[in-house]
Design a protein around this ligand. Sequence first.
Ligand code: ADP
Length: 363
Amino acid sequence: MAKVKLIEVTRKFNNVTAIEDITFEVPDGEFWVLVGPSGCGKSTILRTIAGLESVTSGAVYIGDDLVNHLPPRQRDVAMVFQNYALYPHKTVAENLAFGLQMRKVASTTIRERVEKVARSLDIFHLLDRKPKQLSGGQQQRVALGRAIAREPKVFLLDEPLSNLDAQLRDDTRAELKQLHQKVGVTTIYVTHDQIEAMTLADKIIVLNRGIIQQIGEPQEIYARPNNKMVATFLGNPPMNILPGIYVGDGFKIGEQILGCPSFVRDTLKLTQGQGLDLGIRPEYIEVIEPQRRRERREEIGGGELFVDVKVIEPLGRETLVRVSLSGLDLQMEVLTPGNWRGRVGDRISVQLDLNHLFIFDPV
Ligand code: ADP
C-alpha cells in the first residue's frame, strides 16, 4: 500500500492540454474518485499514474518514490478498465493467477491468493469456468480479482462499472465499497457518474476541462460547491440556476423579486444592477398550496416565486415537478411529496428556502 501524489502535473497532446497543473495527494489506504464530464482529463490522470502516459511537466510519486520515468510494470499499480479484457481461453482460476505467474510468484502462494480473492469476491464456485460462461457482473469481478490478487500498492479503476446494467451496477458498487474496506488498498476511481462518486469516495476530485475545480469529502462538496460547474454537476436532480439582477433588497428575476438573505448581503459585496446566477437545490423549494398561502405569508417572506407547471414526474416517495418562471423560459425542478395533486398548466407559488441560496458569477 502507498500514498499517491501528483505535483503540478500537465499533459499536452500537441496543442491540446488534456490536464493542467494537477496537484493532489491520496493518503495511504484511501478511496478517491475523479469525477467530471467526458473529456475533462480523468483517464489521462489515471494513465499518468499507471505510467501508460508520460507527463509533459510535473511529478508523480507512488509512496515516496518519484515514478515519472518508471515503466508501468515497475510501478506496482493495478488498473481495471471498463472493458475488462479477460483471457478467453483461460479459466477464471488461470485468469486470476496469470499476473502472479508473470511475476514468478511461487505456485503455492499463487494458489492461496487465488482462493482467497475468489472467496472474497464470491467467485470461488466459478474458478473452473471460462469467461464466456460468466455474466457481465461475474466477468467484472474476475477482472477486479485479477487486480487484487497481485496485491499492488495502488488500484486504478477507470469506469469499471459502466458496462453493467443498472441493477448490477448498484450491487457491484456496494460490493466495491465493502471490498475496499476489507482490503484497504489505496484506490483512485474514475467515473462521470456523480452517484458513484458521492457513494464511493472518501474524497472527490471534481475536474473540468483538465483543471481541478474542487477537492473534498462528498458532503462537503455537495454543501459548499466552489463554483457553478461543481454545484450543477453533483446532485440529482441537479441544482437549479436562475439568472438574476441584484436590486438592493432582492434579486430581480424576470418581473419577480426574490428576497436577498442577510448572510448574502453581509458577506458578498454586491453592487446594484449586478448580474448574478442564483443556485437552489430542488429539495429546498416547497410548493405552497393556495389555501395555505395566506396563513403562511409571514414565513414565506421574500422566498416566493410564481411558476407554471410544465412536467410532473412521479418518483414514488416524491414527485419531481418541472416548472418555468411565469412568463419566462426559465426552467426549475422542485421536489414535492409523492401524493402531490397539481396538474400541468397550473400556475402555482413556490417558496425557496433562502438560507440555502447560492450566488455564482454568471460565467
Ligand atoms: P476523460 O477520461 O475525462 O473522458 P481524457 O483524459 O480521455 O478525458 O481526455 C482529456 C482530453 O485529452 C480530451 O480532450 C481528449 O481528446 C484528449 N486526449 C486524450 N488522449 C489523447 C491522445 N492520445 N491524443 C490526443 N488527445 C488526447
